[in-house]
Design a protein around this ligand. Sequence first.
Ligand code: S6P
Ligand code: ZN
Length: 183
Amino acid sequence: VDNIYVPEVFFTNNCLTGENVVKSTRLLGDLDGVFQDKDAFEQMDRDRIIYQVSSFLPVVENTPGGLFMGITLLYPGKVGQEFFMTKGHFHTNSNRAEFYWGVEGEGMLILMDEQRNVWAERMFPGSLHYIPGKVAHRVANIGYQKLVFSACWPSDAGHDYATIAAEGFARSLMDVNGVPTLL
Ligand code: S6P
Ligand code: ZN
């Protein structure tokens, strides 16, 4: 498995074969419509890498009872005053929960329930976050360094990106005079 962000924990588990690891890269251009400041977005390089995900998929997608694990590297930066963040999603099997935990850097986990209530939890190395079912989740990098976090979710959760693409989150995490603030 070349050119992949792999922390020590993966090597000690000796579970990477290269066939069950799926890597994906999200460029700024893939996040069109996600950020509030459209003018700032248009002035930036659409080919800039915003985040990369390596997912370890030991079973076939949709297998009931299995688990997936992923590690996400989210670069620092802002579009206007809004911190770089992941697309965010609900799960297709909406009641499926997920764990996130912070590995490196400083972030905010932004959560939204089906009534569009939004709240956030601070992420830092060692922070652990339980995301209940029916709660959309996205992560913002609020620091000056890369943010690395890991996730574990059921193999039959699935990803519903369409709802967030259509309706967004009800609040955005902005830099207000140096303070990350949900507006
Ligand atoms: C998968 C898990 C993460 C995210 C990754 C990127 O269920 O939540 O691995 O896929 O952090 O975020 P997103 O919203 O683009 O999938
Ligand atoms: Zn998820």
